[in-house]
Design a protein around this ligand. Structure first.
Ligand code: SAH
Ligand code: SF4
Length: 411
């Protein structure tokens, strides 16, 4: 088995290796973590892949200046490039008319390398839901889903190639973890979607990408450093970021407690979503393997502490599975567990399960969904059934598996 540590050693970001390894160990979710660490389920093609090309958004200030120096560019040119990228979503050298012509191509190649290439796109809901399959530099594939609503447009993005958390009801979980994505790869999904909205390429005419949710492939807390860097650059104003309000960015986690605690200290008004799916440890142990490492009490304590630190209501994600976790007793126990911490700190999102092929779990009966919601409402807890946009194109939660094309070979 190739260990995460070994993979990190091969990268171009080798100066970060030590730090990343320590950070992952602290998260306790990768091989080589602390005692009793949760072990990622690794994909067959989890192998020495190297790291994606370094992008402007992956570079710190010194790295940016150094790269400019190497090209013979003045430091102020970096700011110009950042402005093209963040304010205008531009990566095409021809657009850089404020640049010496002889420098445009090279500057674009060094600072804004192409990190994601569209393979296919599927649409639903009259073109207002768009799922895109992307190929990364090493042939790895990930997906993102754009959902346009009358008053907001949300992009669901991936943070890892596959996922190592092994939730048995989730299509991404069946893939195992191939590798973490870089901040550049994460942000490129956002840039392309924001550009498509601005240019009127999505049904409904020109508009604005307003919301981002980390609910695509991967466990964001398993790739904390790149995710938080991407979040900061999504929310900063141009020329430092895309200017998407942090209040409209949601980080969804399976319940990696150290990650939740760390996020609480970032001082960003992000929305936190916690994928609970069960109100007791006995049941959650079956549905979410990570529960054996961080149990429901630890996860809810951390979620509530996040609420106190951020003043943002926490979302509890709860995929309703027929006869498994969708009965009155489950709703009552969930309400009791949440009310233990007080009122109005949490919002429950029951999600109709999108059954994955060959899985023994299926979606709840409509009357059970209704009953589940009613019990929560009676207990004073706000809860809204998550819509399953794009489920007919496997674009809904838990269906992202980049499955319609052959799995790319490892490099
Ligand atoms: N790894 C993170 C974020 C990605 S998954 C997490 O688990 O929170 C995004 C959401 O989709 C999670 O709430 C997840 O539990 C849910 N999900 C996964 N598989 C699903 C399925 N088959 N049906 C409905 N929701 C699912
Ligand atoms: Fe990973 Fe989230 Fe799927 Fe679990 S539900 S396997 S954590 S993507």
């Amino acid at each position: 088995m190739i260990r995460m540590k070994d993979v990190q050693m091969t990268g171009r970001h080798s100066d970060m290796t030590q730090h990343e390894t320590q950070e992952d160990a602290a998260n306790g979710i990768t091989p080589g973590g602390t005692t009793g660490a949760f072990r990622d389920v690794l994909a067959k093609d989890h192998a020495r892949r190297g790291k994606p090309p370094l992008h402007l958004v992956d570079m710190n200030a010194e790295q940016r200046i150094e790269a400019a120096n190497q090209l013979g560019l003045q430091p102020f040119r970096v700011k110009q490039l950042a402005n093209h990228y963040f304010a205008h979503y531009a990566v095409d050298a021809a657009r850089f008319t404020d640049f010496p012509e002889s420098m445009r191509q090279q500057a674009s190649r060094i600072f804004l390398p192409r990190l994601i290439n569209e393979v296919t796109r599927q649409t639903a809901d009259e073109g207002t839901t768009v799922k895109t399959l992307w190929e990364l530099f090493d042939g790895a594939r990930i997906e993102s889903v754009l959902m346009r609503y009358p008053k907001r447009t949300t992009l669901c993005i991936s943070s890892q190639v596959g996922c190592g958390m092994g939730c048995p009801f989730c299509a991404t979980g069946q893939l195992g973890l191939t590798r973490n994505m870089s901040a550049g790869e994460i942000l490129e999904q956002v840039r392309v979607a924001a550009k498509a909205m601005r240019d009127g390429d999505i049904a409904g005419g020109p508009g604005r990408l307003s919301n981002v949710v980390f609910m695509g492939m991967g466990e964001p807390m398993g790739n904390y450093r790149a995710v938080i860097s991407a979040v900061r650059q999504m929310s900063a104003l141009p020329p430092n970021g895309f200017g998407i309000s942090a209040r409209n960015i949601t980080v969804s986690t399976v319940g990696v407690v150290p990650g939740i605690n760390k996020l609480a200290k970032e001082g960003l008004p992000l929305r936190l979503a916690v994928s609970l799916h069960a109100p007791t440890d006995a049941l959650r142990d079956e549905l979410v393997p990570m529960n054996k490492r961080f149990n429901t009490t630890q996860v809810l304590d951390a979620a509530h502490a996040y609420y106190l630190a951020s003043k943002r209501r926490v979302s509890i994600e709860y995929a309703l599975m027929r006869g498994i976790n969708d009965q009155a007793e489950h709703a009552r126990e969930l309400a009791r567990r949440l009310n233990h911490y007080g009122d109005d700190w949490v919002h429950v999102n029951p999600i109709p399960l999108n059954p994955i092929e060959g899985s023994r779990w299926t979606a709840s009966k409509p009357q059970d969904e209704r009953q589940f919601l009613e019990i929560l409402h009676h207990a004073g807890i706000t809860a809204t059934l998550r819509d399953t946009r794009g489920s007919d194109i496997d674009g809904a939660c838990g269906q992202l598996a980049a499955k319609n094309l052959p799995v790319a070979a490892a490099v």
